[in-house]
Design a protein. Structure first.
Length: 329
């Protein structure tokens, strides 16, 4: 029997209170909204985020009759955060979610992911196709493995100061400790004033250098308000940054694993929502998806950066609920 869904008021808007659910050897804090008999939509967040990132999406899904399920993934928020880097392998991350579906007595769901969540939902269609009814990528396209190790490729192109390269250093997350409020003011900055038609320049990817030089922003240049940023800052003050950064530290192992798969997706319907001002996941990276994915619908939101769920929730919700309604309504 599922426990009743209580709600707490976060930043002036109700957000479902989480409940702990055991899956795949860890306990995840899981938020749910919508009717229990609604078609399930699994919402996976990115870094440095939380399930709270879906705050403006879950009500729309629930209102449309879908069952929205948003876990704090392993390593984040109040969910378990194993210390070993190997605990963040792609097969393990996908098994966390299939185990969550098992715990909720669900055979399938539409898997929706943003940022790192997107890097999980696309492989899930290959690793656990029987559990994935559909895939929704928000900002994150399907990116097949490169010819060489992805971390080494980033090092060659952007140098040792690329944030993913720096994340490989043990203990580097300590540089954010005690600066959580400043960090989220920095990371949730507004997008560039123009659309992105290529890959980012090196200095944009040098996160640690930019954070060291950061002196603050006016509120108009931050896409998330102070009350919502406070939710993130408080969570990371308690959990630290290490769990989320371990996802990056296991990228080379995941690259080796996924090289063994054919990345064509047949039959499974897929929705891709890109953003034209996302420096880190520009629309350029969606090229070739239509050749690999048999049933693909692609949209590019104009004037939107990396934090689509906060920057353009109404447009995103309209695309998601329309597509879900047509495919699973």
């Amino acid at each position: 029997m599922n426990a009743p869904r209580r709600a707490v008021n976060l930043a002036g808007m109700t957000f479902p209170e989480p409940r702990p659910i055991e899956t795949n050897g860890v306990t995840l804090q899981v938020h749910e909204a919508g009717p229990e008999d609604g078609f399930p939509v699994l919402l996976l967040h990115g870094w440095p985020e939380l399930a709270y990132s879906w705050k403006k999406v879950m009500p729309a899904l629930a209102a449309a009759g879908f069952r929205a399920i948003a876990p704090n993934m392993r390593g984040f928020g109040g969910s378990d955060a194993p210390r070993d880097v190997e605990a963040y392998g792609m097969e393990t991350l996908v098994a966390d979610m299939t185990g969550l579906l098992d715990a909720l007595d669900l055979d399938q769901a539409a898997w929706c992911g943003h940022d790192w969540g997107g890097l999980i939902v696309w492989p899930a269609a290959l690793l656990a196709p029987e559990r994935v009814a559909g895939v929704l990528g928000v900002n994150t396209p399907q990116i097949p493995p490169t010819e060489i190790d992805q971390v080494e490729l980033l090092r060659q192109v952007y140098g040792d100061d690329h944030y993913i390269v720096r994340f490989q250093e043990p203990g580097v997350e300590a540089r954010f400790k005690g600066q959580e409020d400043r960090f989220f003011e920095f990371v949730f900055g507004a997008p560039p004033k123009q659309s992105i038609d290529g890959l980012p320049p090196a200095e944009v990817t040098h996160l640690f250098n930019r954070f060291r030089e950061f002196t603050g922003r006016v509120e108009d240049d931050i896409v998330i308000g102070p009350e919502d940023r406070h939710v993130y800052a408080e969570a990371y003050r308690k959990s630290g940054f290490g769990g989320g950064i371990n996802y990056y530290r296991n990228m080379s192992a995941n690259w080796r694993l996924m090289r063994g798969y054919n990345h064509d997706i047949k039959e499974t319907p897929c929705l891709m929502v890109a953003a034209d001002r996302d420096w880190f996941l520009p629309p350029l990276l969606t090229e070739g998806m239509d050749e690999r994915i048999e049933d693909l619908e692609l949209h590019v939101l104009e004037g939107v950066g990396h934090w689509t769920m906060w920057e353009a929730p109404d447009r995103l919700n309209a695309l998601m609920t329309d597509w879900l309604g047509r495919k699973f309504g």
